[in-house]
Design a protein around this ligand. Structure first.
Ligand code: FRU
Length: 481
């Protein structure tokens, strides 16, 4: 451990101590989501399972509720439900990462845990440099930096970051989020046989009818993996214009599915599809766990999207990660499901009943509280239907469009909306609500909305409204943790 590393660790530990009471007294602290102990959290990093233990790292700024020279915070778990907060895995202590140990990934090889990340460096004039770096651990808590393994190839600006590494056949591959010199978002593909020497194969591109053209000025946090017979390229593009119900957040996250020729970096793919329709979702990352499940975790935040308006900053912390989700392929799209393990967090069923309401709004007795899981399955929906949560957010369905609304985070006199069309109608809403988060899995995970919500802490009511007749069953569990 270098002197600088030691110094940074001590300052971060002091910062946690200094603000502990203020942070922990926040009624918006969460019971089953990953949060920073103080300061700002952004992207999930290095999600991996190693000898049974799940490791989940995150971008962490201990000293501020804004962005800056990031650390890698570190959580571990045996079961994806109970998590231990470990000491920080990496600090911005070296010349090649002094302005931030930026996002990256983890792999297991020869009984060692390898981390790949971007070393962010700003020179004295504020010019950016970028280095793709590696660190190794034999025990899963102490990481030894091995330095730079990839320098910036020609043809890109210094916006070249977020290496995701995986093994495919005989080779290791790395995909990196990039901006080409003509300011287009790209995913650069590299290959290695020893994890130290990397050959740049080119950008993952389509040709002919698959030519993408201009699709944002920068792609962050790419990920490549297989689901059934599909190659998936997950990416967080910046610079897409909002378009009807699509691309409503400041920046997006979504995927292309198709067939990737790894050695030519050529990709035959379908259209880009957003992964999540909520107000806060960005920079997701996946891993294949030892049970063979493709698990995804995202950041429940969006860069530059009124970040300083989240009320938690009064308590010296901001942002959290989404619940881990399992991804499957249904023949035409990715399906996202809450993990099977979530059932273990359930207390006894508080409510299971079939309800009919007609041209009415009603609070169904017993349906209230946080943290809570609600599974609502529809038998009949004549016209419009809505759920009002804690006099704060509302989920409504009308004319085959599902809408989530909440008070505008910056201007409370306004309401803001996120919407998605449901061509097959509304069949199911599966809600997971923590003290200040809402995750909605729609129709068995065809669509998901992830959002922060900030109702009055004592407000517990959930109201159902219907125009025409709505008949639905509700199951409710209190969630422990
Ligand atoms: C995405 C991102 C990454 C970068 C990291 C820095 O939110 O901007 O591209 O590595 O955050 O914290």
């Amino acid at each position: 451990m270098s002197e600088r590393d030691q110094e940074l660790r001590e300052s971060a530990a002091e910062e946690i101590k200094k603000h502990k009471e203020r942070v922990e007294s926040d009624p918006y602290r969460l019971s089953f989501h990953h949060m920073p102990p103080v300061g700002l959290l952004n992207d999930p990093n290095g999600l991996v399972q190693w000898n049974g233990t799940y490791h989940l790292f995150y971008q962490w700024m201990p000293f501020d509720t804004g962005h800056g020279a990031k650390f890698w915070g570190h959580y571990t778990s045996e079961d994806l439900m109970k998590w231990n907060h470990e000491k920080p895995a990496l600090t911005p202590s070296d010349w090649f990462d002094k302005n931030g140990v930026y996002s990256g990934s983890a792999i297991v090889h020869n009984d060692l845990l390898y981390l790949f990340y971007t070393g962010n460096v700003k020179d004295e004039n504020g010019n950016r440099e970028t280095y793709q770096c590696m660190a190794v651990s034999g025990d899963g808590v102490n990481f030894e930096k091995k330095g730079v393994v990839v320098e910036l190839p020609e043809g890109y600006t210094a916006h070249f970051r977020d290496p995701k590494v995986w093994k495919q056949g005989e080779h290791w591959y790395m995909v990196i989020g990039a901006q080409s010199e003509d300011l287009q978002g790209k995913a650069a593909l590299l290959r290695s046989d020893n994890l130290y020497d990397w050959k740049h194969l080119g950008d993952i591109t389509g040709s002919g009818e698959n030519e993408l053209g201009s699709f944002g000025y920068m792609w962050e946090c790419p990920d490549v993996f297989r689901l059934e017979d599909q190659d998936i390229l997950l990416v967080s593009p910046q610079g897409l214009e909002s378009d009807g119900m699509d691309f409503a957040n400041t920046y997006q996250s979504g995927y292309f599915a198709g067939k990737l020729n790894y050695d030519q970096a050529e990709f035959k793919h379908g259209d880009f599809r957003e992964l999540d329709r909520g107000f806060e979702f960005y920079a997701p990352q996946t891993t294949l766990d030892e049970k063979g499940r493709r698990i995804l975790v995202g950041w429940m935040g969006v860069p530059d999207q009124y970040e300083q308006s989240h009320p938690t900053i009064e308590h010296q912390w901001i942002h959290c990660l989404t619940m881990p989700r399992e991804l499957t392929w249904n023949g035409s799209q990715i399906i996202q499901s809450p993990l099977e393990e979530m059932k273990e967090m359930r207390g006894p069923v508080l409510m299971h009943s079939s309800i009919t309401i007609e041209n009415d709004q009603k609070a169904v007795r017993g349906i209230e509280g946080r943290p809570v899981e609600l599974n609502i399955e529809f038998e009949r929906l004549d016209d419009q239907f809505a759920i009002e949560l804690f006099q704060y957010a509302s989920i409504s369905y009308k004319d085959e469009v599902l809408t989530l609304s909440r008070p505008h985070l910056e201007d409370k006199t306004k309401t803001e909306f996120r919407r998605v069309p449901l061509q097959q109608g509304l069949k199911q809403l599966h809600l997971f609500i923590d003290h200040s988060t809402l995750e909605i899995f729609v129709n068995g995970g065809e669509e998901v909305f992830s959002s922060r919500i900030y109702p009055q802490p004592e407000e517990e009511r959930i109201l159902f409204t219907s125009l025409g007749t709505s008949t639905f069953s509700v199951e409710q569990w209190k969630l422990g943790g």
